[in-house]
Design a protein around this ligand. Structure first.
Ligand SMILES: [Zn+2]
Ligand SMILES: [Zn+2]
Length: 160
């Protein structure tokens, strides 16, 4: 979710409203987080920055108000680009969050860190133009070449 590239799409309020009182943990369990929500949006990001930061094919993100997040444990932050601070667990190294000056009131969290990741409902693909060639989906979700601000300007979610 590289801020300079545009804002992530809003989640369906009904869907998003089902995700509150969230909590999650890293691989080793030393780093935990809690949020009383609400979930502001959720999307699968295919941008290279997210993929590199997570060493993953893509990242399943959701956003919550930054003021709603409480961390516990060895959270290490680093500036991954000019306006972006990411964090990870200082004990096991698992990626934990994304925060950008472009979205000063938001913390972006990895759905895979949820204690119950099965509750996660992505609503879109973003930065679809940067997806890896072996990534295949038939989930019917809208596919935005970049972030949703770009999508709003061009109104061109990519076809299948
Ligand atoms: Zn991204
Ligand atoms: Zn850990």
């Amino acid at each position: 979710m590289e801020g300079r590239r545009g804002k992530a799409p809003s989640a369906d309020p009904e869907e998003a409203g089902t995700l509150t009182k969230l909590h999650g943990h890293c691989k080793c369990g030393a780093l935990t987080w809690r949020s009383d929500g609400p979930v502001l949006w959720s999307a699968l990001c295919h941008c290279e920055d997210c993929r590199r930061a997570a060493s993953s094919d893509y990242v399943s993100w959701f956003g919550v108000p930054r003021s709603s997040v409480r961390w516990s444990g060895p959270r290490v932050t680093y500036r991954s680009s000019e306006k972006v601070v990411r964090s990870f667990c200082g004990a096991c190294g698992a990626p934990a969050s994304f925060e950008s000056e472009v979205f000063p009131d938001e913390t972006h969290l990895y759905a895979a860190t949820l204690d119950d990741p099965g509750t996660y409902r992505p609503t879109a693909h973003i930065f679809w133009s940067e997806r890896l060639p072996w990534v295949r989906f038939d989930d019917g979700l809208p596919r935005y070449p970049k972030g949703s601000q770009d999508a709003a300007q061009t109104e061109t979610p990519l076809p299948e």
